[in-house]
Design a protein around this ligand. Structure first.
Ligand SMILES: *[C@@H]1O[C@H](CO)[C@@H](O)[C@H](O)[C@H]1NC(C)=O
Ligand SMILES: *[C@@H]1O[C@H](CO)[C@@H](O)[C@H](O)[C@H]1NC(C)=O
Ligand SMILES: *[C@@H]1O[C@H](CO)[C@@H](O)[C@H](O)[C@H]1NC(C)=O
Length: 377
């Protein structure tokens, strides 16, 4: 609100052309997004430790509704944590906006499908989510349904978003507060899925109802394919569609405006065990996953691993990714060289911003800081 007022005053008092004023007004109403998810199980990384100058929005991950009513039954300990999350981050200098994310990868696709297919369960879910957001002082709500499985799911998702937006607007009027933000974490591509039947996200409903979407531009390769190493968040792939450039392009083609697209960046990497340490390019033969939780390590853990094992570190310009090799361990990840190119790419595309999964993975804010300094809009 304050920013809009300032723009108005500037336009009124400075001699600026109409075009300059309208450009300023639109940039203040669609401020850049520098988001990050905070995993609530990261107990050694409390919200107070987040360096908020590198971010605009922090997401609490995750809340899960009751699997029968689809209302949120929140335990006392979680209530305390939610209040702490929003009040801590709003009091930080600078403050950041807070959203809570519903779902997550562990929840599975069927769970949300059941809710979205039932008008009464959708209503329970929508009403209860808005109540939770206001009760605990959140600025918005995020849906992380991984992933709608069928064209029917996609159709039901559209109904859900229509109803959610309607209730958010109604509630804002009644409470006389700014409407809650409504966002969703979505698959890297709008209509090209690596498994399952052909389906395509409801671009019209997304455009109409969501403030923006967080496009999950990672997990392209991993422990589910141990036969070759892979760049899990490749910007480019000349042989397949499994890349960030393809994914963002598919979202743009779907009709969702660029001002609603936010690029995902991983603060973690994925590991493999090489067949032969001498053959270690992106796509080299592998025989197993490497160290980490199902072959996943945070960026901070990778920095430590590379140091402890005196790993050889390479930048792969073709995929725009980093990898490190120590004996038979191969780790694909992002570091400042690849993130710099990706941010440049996203800026050139003129999308809205970027987000990280997850904020606790960084090493001394190295990547968060680089991205934030490069994204000066
Ligand atoms: C709901 O969750 C409970 C407790 O975890 C579980 O026992 C039950 O099977 C679930 N019901 C459905 C319909 O998924
Ligand atoms: C949040 O929790 C932390 C750690 O328990 C505590 O130090 C801090 O005072 C709490 N802050 C707020 C605003 O509740
Ligand atoms: C990539 O996606 C396009 C549609 O955008 C499709 O026609 C093509 O078959 C896909 N290529 C591969 C290798 O899957």
């Amino acid at each position: 609100m304050a920013a809009g007022l300032k723009t108005y005053n500037l336009c009124a008092y400075l001699i600026l052309s109409l075009t300059a004023c309208s450009v300023m007004a639109s940039s203040s109403s669609s401020q850049s997004i520098k988001g990050a998810y905070w995993p609530s199980w990261a107990k050694n990384f409390p919200p107070s430790s987040i360096e908020t100058s590198f971010f605009t929005h922090i997401y609490y991950a995750f809340l899960i509704p009751n699997n029968v009513t689809f209302k949120f039954d929140i335990e006392y300990a979680t209530e305390v944590e939610l209040v702490n999350f929003t009040s801590t981050l709003h009091a930080k200098k600078p403050p950041v906006k807070t959203l809570f994310s519903i779902g997550g990868a562990d929840e599975g696709p069927v769970f949300f499908g059941r809710m979205a297919s039932s008008p009464s369960l959708r209503k329970n879910f929508v009403d209860s989510s808005i109540e939770v957001a206001r009760k605990f002082g959140f600025d918005g709500i995020d849906l992380d349904w991984e992933f709608p499985q069928t064209p029917k799911d996609m159709e039901n998702l559209a109904y859900l978003l229509d109803e959610w937006r309607l209730e958010v607007q109604k509630e804002a009027k009644i409470s006389n507060q700014p409407p809650l933000l409504l966002t969703a974490a979505v698959y890297f591509s709008a209509n090209f899925f690596l498994s399952g039947t052909y389906r395509s996200y409801p671009a019209t409903s997304i455009t109409k109802n969501l403030d923006w979407i967080n496009v999950m531009n990672y997990d392209y390769h991993g422990s589910w394919d141990t036969s070759t190493t892979g760049a899990q968040a490749a910007l480019f792939d000349s042989k397949t569609n499994i890349s960030t450039s393809y994914g963002l392009g598919s979202w743009i083609k779907s009709g969702v405006p660029k001002s609603k697209l936010v690029m995902g960046l991983p603060l973690y990497g994925r590991t493999w065990k090489l067949k032969d340490p001498k053959s270690h390019a992106v796509g080299a033969p592998a025989i197993d996953v490497g160290p980490g939780d199902q072959g996943a390590l945070t960026f901070a853990e990778i920095v430590k691993f590379n140091r402890d094992h005196k790993a050889k570190v390479e930048y792969d310009a073709e995929s725009v990714s980093m990898y490190s090799v120590a004996d038979t361990t191969w780790i694909g990840y992002d570091d400042t060289p690849s993130v710099t190119v990706k941010i440049g790419y996203a800026l050139a595309l003129r999308i809205r911003g970027y987000f990280f999964w997850a904020v606790n993975g960084d090493y001394k804010w190295k990547i968060s800081k680089t991205a934030s300094q490069l994204w000066r809009l």
